[in-house]
Ligand binder design. Structure first.
Ligand SMILES: Nc1ncnc2c1ncn2[C@@H]1O[C@H](COP(=O)(O)OP(=O)(O)O)[C@@H](O)[C@H]1O
Ligand SMILES: [Mg+2]
Length: 211
């Protein structure tokens, strides 16, 4: 089981939005996905409650129980990917998730305030020895200057993944319990999310098969 954690010390950067659509895109790409919501705001749990499609499994796990949950779930070979959404403030709940992360994605909006928050987030993840990448989220689909500046700044501090643009499909998808690839499979939001998933998957260590 690979564990992908969405983390950033900034609320509103798009952790829950990306976690939801990545979970669906990964499921569509053949992963057997469990979503764990460690954020007391429970955005992802609420999104899951709106879903009528089966396939993605949702688990509510208290941060204190997460270590044990991972050990137990690793023994169930049917789960291939666990996506963990975390709160926007670092604390024990986030650390416990990052402690297991095969990869952490750090969504950052292309504004100075967000960049200021994104860089220390990444440093902290780096200090914990975890693999991470920034994702510029909510980028303007028409004007690239700010996005390019953000990529340059973030690139000095870590790997930067494919950009996710600001698109209403993300808001509509969450409101309908869908991923953007379900809401509008041929839309631009869907293709960006598929690209982000494929990129992320390539950067996660392959599963160790125990003898
Ligand atoms: N790429 C995007 N395009 C449009 N709206 C977005 C995008 N990413 C996030 N949002 C919106 O921004 C707000 C904050 O996103 P959210 O996922 O809740 O952030 P976080 O979980 O980091 O606090 C939500 O209203 C969400 O719908
Ligand atoms: Mg959230």
């Amino acid at each position: 089981m690979q564990i992908l954690v969405l983390a950033s010390q900034k609320g509103g950067s798009g952790k829950s939005t990306l976690a939801a659509s990545l979970a669906v895109a990964a499921y569509e790409a053949g992963e057997r996905v469990v979503v764990v919501d460690l954020d007391p705001q429970k955005s992802l749990t609420s999104w899951g409650a709106l879903r009528s499609a089966s396939g993605i499994v949702f688990r509510t796990v208290a941060p204190d129980d997460f270590n044990q949950w991972v050990v137990r779930t690793r023994q169930i070979p049917v789960v291939s990917l666990c996506i963990v959404d975390t709160p926007g403030t670092f604390g024990p709940g986030v650390d416990v998730a990052l402690g297991h992360a095969d990869c952490a994605l750090v969504p950052v909006r292309a504004s100075v305030l967000d960049l200021w928050a994104g860089v220390p987030t990444a440093r902290r993840i780096g200090v914990m020895g975890r693999r991470f990448a920034f994702v510029v989220n909510g980028a303007s689909p028409v004007s690239y200057a700010r996005t390019n500046d953000a990529i340059a700044t973030l690139g000095e501090n870590g790997l930067v993944g494919p950009v996710v643009s600001e698109r209403v499909a993300h808001r509509d998808a969450i409101a309908s319990g869908l991923g953007v690839t379900e809401l509008d499979p041929t839309g631009k939001a869907a293709s960006e999310i598929r690209e982000l998933w494929a990129w992320t998957k390539q950067r996660m260590p392959t599963e160790q098969v125990s003898a």
